[in-house]
Each structure stands twice: as C-alpha cells, then as structure tokens.
Design a protein around this ligand. Structure first.
Ligand SMILES: Nc1ncnc2c1ncn2[C@@H]1O[C@H](COP(=O)(O)OP(=O)(O)O)[C@@H](O)[C@H]1O
Ligand SMILES: [Mg+2]
Length: 457
C-alpha cells in the first residue's frame, strides 16, 4: 500500500529542514566569530596585567628583583568574576614571585618576540594564559612573566552575545514557522473545497469542475478530470442511445412474436397453426440475429478506450471465414473467391471481432449482391495490409454512402430481414483497430467494394 503523503507536511519539511540546517551552520560560525572577538578583547586586558607586572621587575647593581606593591596585587584581586594567577620566573634564579602552577607555553621553539596567548588548565579549571619575555635593562638575564585567568568573564560575554544573536533568530524562525503553517493551510484550502464539491455530487452529475477557485498548478489536474468527465459523459450518452435503440428494435419482433403466438392459440388443430408457427420461427430467427448483433456491437465498443490487440494472421482468418460462408453464397448460386498471399500477413487485431467484421461484409454481399454473381475477397499486403470484399450487385447509391454506416439504418426497400446494424458494427470494429474503412462503387453500373486498410504491425 502507498504511504499517505501530505502535501502540507511535504512543503513544511522541505522548508524547515534547510532552514534548521542553515541556522545551525550560522550558529556554529557565529560561535567561533564571537569567541575570536571576545578573546581579542579580553586578551588585551590580560596583556595589560602582564605588562604592569613586568614594570615591577627592577635591576639594581646588575641584579634582578621583584617588588610587588599592594597596588600591583590589587589588579589581580579587583576582578570579581575571575581568578587571576601570575608567575615571574628568571632563567637563572627560577621562581621569583607568584604561583608556580601557572602553566607555561609547551612549545619549545616559541617565538618570544611578542606575547604568547594560549589556553590551558589550572587547578582543574580552564584558563587563558599570556606569557611574555622581559629583558630588563642593564642585565643579561631573561625573565618570563606568565599571567593566567579563568574564563568566567569570557564565557558570560560569549553567552550574552550568542543569546542576543540567537534569541531573535529563534523567535523569527518560530514566527516564520507559524506563518508558514497557516499559509500552507490557507493555500490548500481551495483543494479541500474542490474535494468537498466533487464528493457531494451525484454519480450522474458530470458537469465540468468550475475553475474560478482553482490555482494554476491544480488547473492541469482539473483540466484532465474535466476532459475525462466529458469523455465519460459522451460514452454514457452513446450507451444510453444504444440501449434506447436496442430496446426499440427488440420491441418490434417481440410484438410480432406475441401476435403470432396469440394467433396460433386461437387455432384448434396443428395444420391450422402451421402458418403462425412459421412466422414465429421467422421472428425468433430475426431476434436471435438482432441480439447477436447488438451484443457484438456492445462488445466492440470498449468503454475504457483500450482494447487488447494481438498479432492476427489476416490471410488465414479471411480464408477460413470465406470457407464458412461459401455454402450460404451457393444458396444464391454465387461464386465466392478468395485471393491472398501464401504466407501469413500479420496485423494487430482481435481475431473474433475481425471475423465478425468480415462475416457482416459477406452477409451484405450475399444478401445485396447479384444472384449468380461473384463475390471476391482479397487480402493484399501492399502498400498497407488491406482486406477487401467486392460484389457485383446494384451497389449503394451515392446519397446513402454516409448513412449506411449509421446504427439501425437500412436503405428503404432493402431485401432480407436485416436490422441495419451490420455496417455500423463493421465501422466500430474498424475504428477499434484504427483501420481505415473505404466504401466505393466498382463500376458505373454498380457493384460494392469495401476496403479495410490496416496500420502496419
Ligand atoms: N454490398 C452491398 N450492396 C448493396 N447495398 C448494401 C451492401 N451492403 C449494405 N448495403 C445497404 O446498406 C444498408 C445497411 O447495411 P447493414 O448495416 O449491413 O444493415 P442490414 O444489412 O441489416 O440492412 C443495407 O440496408 C443495404 O441497403
Ligand atoms: Mg447487413
């Protein structure tokens, strides 16, 4: 079963996922940018403290010593949020002042020409450290000043900046999300209205869907549905016309049948009944023929438009049908000949329907052709596969050529007890095969020729 997918969820997901992705990337980037700026700002302060410490390194008589007045130490205590530690180390004397745990740069070849900043830990807490090398005047000794500071100030600052940046963004995303949900819901509303409208229709209501409330994007869908409704409407109309015609046609022989039965019932003995019984048999024959034709017509009219066509050997089919009809032609002393290639000639078709088509043409040729005349059935592969039936009867008058293919139409005064469906059936079967049907007179004197020209396989 197909998973039910909602257009609304789909649109929202497609917008929300990239939005969240870009906001995440932007947040990571802004974290690092903020970190950089915060470090730059506070590193300057840290360096100032290291420099003020460095000023307390004095040289007297070539010797180095550090005197830290309380004012200098105040600088370190002054800060409320952070702990600051320092260490002054001489290359020769070692530790001169401060806390020996203050970390030093681990890089062996540190460039001491400028202050060095790095991150480390002290007493289990992360710290930012600045280290600088002091070369006091009048002394060859090297002194290092290291100042470490915990990160609370920096963290708070980071947090303030990030919050100031993120909160409005989140609010914006939230508002945009709400707006989006409402927008998509409103946008899809006409579709629901449309669905309701269609759902409330009766099965007979095949009016086209109104297009005034429909979006351009949905128009393609409604156009297709309207097209389908139109075709459905005309298919139903055809069916109804057919049923009405069929009912009308069946009623006439049925009424005749009833009449003859009543007539037979009035007679006392069998010989007196005989004429009525013969009429009844005639009626039954006509009705049987009519029902066969009607059913065939209904069958050759696919409602869904696609009929399964398979390769059929036209030559074999025509030859066999001719053999079936030869005895009937003989009854009118007609000669039924077949002419076609030796090898098979394949066309795409429905074998049963094609046999019926030819049977109807042969039936007409035998019925309306010249007694003791000729009927020629030909199958020709070139230029296109073609099946033709030709007789030498009186022919169909020019004026009637259009109408003879209509259902239930017979040329007035036609012999036989046909019901006017034969050529209509031929036409529908030809259309089903997308074959071209051509009706022509053989000569000025008469004769009918019907060609059925197929598309190549
Ligand atoms: N081969 C033919 N020669 C002369 N007239 C024909 C021929 N085929 C058909 N017709 C005319 O066309 C009419 C319609 O034919 P058809 O649809 O087969 O109906 P039906 O044979 O039942 O009358 C016939 O009534 C007949 O007059
Ligand atoms: Mg006929």
């Amino acid at each position: 079963m197909h998973k039910k997918r909602s257009l609304k969820t789909e649109i929202l997901l497609r917008l929300a996922i990239p939005l969240i992705f870009f906001i995440s990337i932007e947040s990571v980037l802004s974290y690092f940018v903020t970190l950089h700026h915060v470090n730059v700002a506070y590193d300057r302060w840290l360096l100032d403290s290291a420099r003020s410490l460095a000023q307390e390194i004095k040289v007297r008589k070539g010797k180095i010593f550090v005197v830290l007045p309380p004012a200098a130490l105040e600088i370190f205590k002054w800060d409320e949020s952070d702990q600051t530690y320092f260490k002054i180390i001489s290359e020769q004397k070692g530790m001169m002042a401060g806390d020996k745990f203050v970390p030093e740069p681990f890089d062996m070849d540190t460039d001491w020409t400028r202050p060095v900043f790095f991150d480390n830990e002290m007493y289990g807490e992360p710290v930012r450290v600045v280290s600088m090398l002091i070369a006091p005047e009048h002394s060859s000794e090297k002194v290092f000043v290291h100042v470490a500071e915990t990160l609370n100030k920096r963290r708070n600052m980071m947090l303030d900046i990030l919050l100031a940046d993120l909160v409005p963004q989140m609010v914006l995303v939230f508002l945009a999300g709400i707006y989006l949900v409402i927008g998509v819901k409103r946008g899809l509303q006409p579709l629901h209205v449309l669905a309701d409208e269609i759902a409330q229709r009766s099965s007979r209501d095949l009016r086209p869907i109104p297009e005034q409330h429909v979006f351009l994007e949905v128009r393609a869908l409604t156009d297709t549905i309207n097209d389908l409704l139109e075709r459905l409407g005309s298919a139903i109309a055809t069916q109804q016309r057919f049923i009405a015609n069929a009912a009308h046609q069946l009623r006439t022989p049925l009424a005749g049948l009833k009449l003859q039965v009543e007539r037979a019932q009035r007679e006392q003995d069998l010989p007196a009944m005989k004429p009525a019984l013969l009429q009844i048999q005639g009626c039954a024959d006509r009705m049987s023929h009519l029902t066969t034709q009607l059913l065939l017509l209904a069958r050759s009219e696919p409602i869904d438009g696609d009929y399964e066509l398979r390769p059929v050997d036209l030559c074999k089919l025509a030859k066999e049908t001719c053999m079936d009809w030869a005895p009937k032609a003989l009854q009118r002393h007609m000669e039924l000949s077949f002419e076609g290639p030796e090898q098979a000639l394949l066309v795409r078709g429905d074998e049963v329907l094609l046999r019926e088509l030819l049977a109807n043409l042969l039936d007409n040729a035998i019925c309306y052709g010249l007694a003791k005349g000729n009927i020629a059935v030909k199958v020709d592969p070139y230029p296109l596969p073609c099946l033709s039936v030709e007789d030498d009867g009186a022919g169909i008058p020019e004026l009637e050529t259009g109408r003879v293919f209509e259902r239930f139409y017979r040329i007035p005064g036609s012999p036989g007890d046909g019901c006017g469906l034969g050529l209509a059936i031929v036409k529908e079967i030809a259309e089903l095969h997308k074959a071209r049907l051509e009706l022509s007179r053989v000569s000025a004197a008469g004769g009918t020729r019907i060609d059925l020209i197929f598309k190549p396989l």
